[in-house]
Design a binder for this molecule. Sequence first.
Ligand code: CMP
Length: 154
Amino acid sequence: MLSSFERLLFIRRVSIFQELRDEFLVKLASAMDELSFPAAHTIFEQGEEGRSLYVVISGRVRVHLGDRDLAQLEKGTFFGEMALFDAEPRSASVTTVETCDCLTLNQLQLIDAIEETPEIAVNITRALSRRIRELNGKINTYEAQLKSVAASKS
Ligand code: CMP
């Protein structure tokens, strides 16, 4: 469990919160919940209703669709923002790879933070863009592999 001061120092370094004023960060840090999960614990499943964004304080999680891994996320990264933004069910499941601690932010807290500092929305969009690029790269690799398998059979 982080002390209030450690929590403040930590969220100050998280990319999405970087532009927030100290005064607001202090408020946000004390309002966030801290959760601890054991290894191999499913934090939520694809299709569930989502009410929180999670920031990884320690450990690692995998984002997956059934058995297929989409990404692994580590300290300082976040997940669960999509269901908060589009009010749709969780787009993927998230399961811990090892013991993991997270801070959580609810939809109202996220909207307050964005109203206070709109750059947060830009930071989140940047992270989403990076994730789409990584996904596109994986699709390209996968298609190239399919083509080479098809070529080797013909
Ligand atoms: P959400 O849809 O709320 O719940 C699942 C979360 O997994 C999602 O928000 C994102 O935070 C994250 N996520 C979904 N797809 C990917 C991906 N391709 N790469 C990294 N993270 C993802």
